[in-house]
Write a protein that binds this ligand. Sequence first.
Ligand code: PEP
Ligand code: MG
Length: 597
Amino acid sequence: MTRELIGIGVASGAHAGIAIGRAHLLAPSELEIRQYPIERKDVLHEVARLNNAFSLVRAELEQLRAEVAPGAPSEVAAFLDLHRMILDDPLLSDAPRELVRTRLINAEWALTIQLEEVCKQFESIEDAYFRERSQDVRQVVERVLRRLAGGKPAAAAVRRRADGERLIVVAHDLAPADMLHLKQRTDIVLSGFVTELGGPTSHTAILARSLGLPAVVGAAHARERVAEGDLLIVDAIAGRVLIDPDAATLADYRARLQAEAQHRSVLRKLRGRSARTTDGVLIELFANIEEPEDAREALEAGADGIGLFRTEFLFMNRDCLPDEEEQYEAYAQVARAMKGKPVVIRTLDIGADKVLNEAARASLGMPNGKPTPESNPALGLRAIRYCLAYPELFLTQLRAILRASAVGTVRILVPMLAHVHEIEQALAFVARAKEQLKERKQKFDARIPVGGMIEVPAAALSLPAFVKRLQFLSLGTNDLIQYTLAIDRADTAVAHLYDQLHPAVLKLVALTIRAANRARLPVSVCGEMAGDLTLTELLIGMGLRQFSMHPSQILAVKARVLATSRRAAAALAARVLRAHDPLEVRAALERAARRAA
Ligand code: PEP
Ligand code: MG
């Protein structure tokens, strides 16, 4: 009989979210750790064992890093770098040596004491993203412990099945390096995985999405419930794993996999086609990117340009901030890659859940500003507020963006505007950056458009002043929902109240689109709503003609556009905007979807 495990599904738009294969249980991560006191004469020997184990893991991570294919998703290299950074952090590499010396204990014992100490610090952080980083520390330490025990990395032990069948790895936890290692091996076919640990923002989950591997994470007791060689179905959309499915279930999932594969091949054929509604309205589909390398994925998906380049990722996870030259290279790389297609570069959106390293903050002369428990960083110094408070940081970035405008079609987008005076100050900074470049005789596009994000209700309710001063608008619906509904988007305790279909949110979106269209100003949606297929028709009906989303969603949205008529969409929008309750909105959207099917 089919048995079932429940967890958190990790699916990406790039795959069906279903994997079928034979279970391979990865060696348990709780290694037996030998702990014993040592004599003073053995201190050097234990320290040498530690050094040797650290060197072996360093070499292993370096080799994997060198093997990362140039076209691999940017997260792959970033996570390997992060693990390397953790490995080299004196808190992990020096402190255990000290413990061996002072407490006269063996290497493994010292390392686990220090691991618990570091993890305690991480786990006391309120921010969920940072809290989950303790998992990265555990993964790195586990690699070192494995080496201390004389073993190889867990992934090296995976053997090819005699029948050549696809593998689904079942593990307590799977480090990004191990996942990569398994994915790169040519002798096995890894089709998905299941882990007992991990939340939706764990690096394991993020990397699985980038590599297109369906996964279920956080599936408690998976290794007790699954036996080696069991047939598994990983349903990453429903967040469940079926163990030894019966024939009917298996046939059903096989059919779904096949249908998905066909659907994706149909979508791929849409790449070169423009997205027009059935009654001929052209819809432009742009890509959101976070690293220059992501431009390749945008082009592959047939994006009409980059609608949102989230530049803050160039500034995070490093002690030394990028200077003008480094930023210029990054922006120019994207501008060149897009070959004349528009590239909207958003100025720094630091703050709230996106923070700079402490050393980077210190380099700007910022106070060591850990928020007090009662402060709310989402309402604090964030995005444009941050840039206006640190003029040199802002000016440096603006000069770099302006210089990139000489090699492509570049636009500047300013996040989180709420006040007219913020727009005016931002424009004054752009003018000053232009003056500085003129003095240096450096080239830039003197008519570079400057746009603003509508992410705060105050902005959506001040549109006449905004459209007068800006050359385009972009609706950051992720934040607009957060600020309209007073729901911290990073707080899982209130996640059930974060509702994109709340009539208040939809009214602000419609209001913004209408005001921009009346003023003949381009307007796009660049929040997650843009890539949500259940909203494509509604947004078109509200008058939206530009959508910006993760590249993996572009072709599916295009297919939806091709099946939509402007007239039906407008009627749907009118119905939805009369609703007073998210339930009514949902019902109207479902009725429309049934009619279209
Ligand atoms: C948004 O808020 O919708 C948006 C696109 O910006 P970010 O998600 O980067 O805050
Ligand atoms: Mg935002």
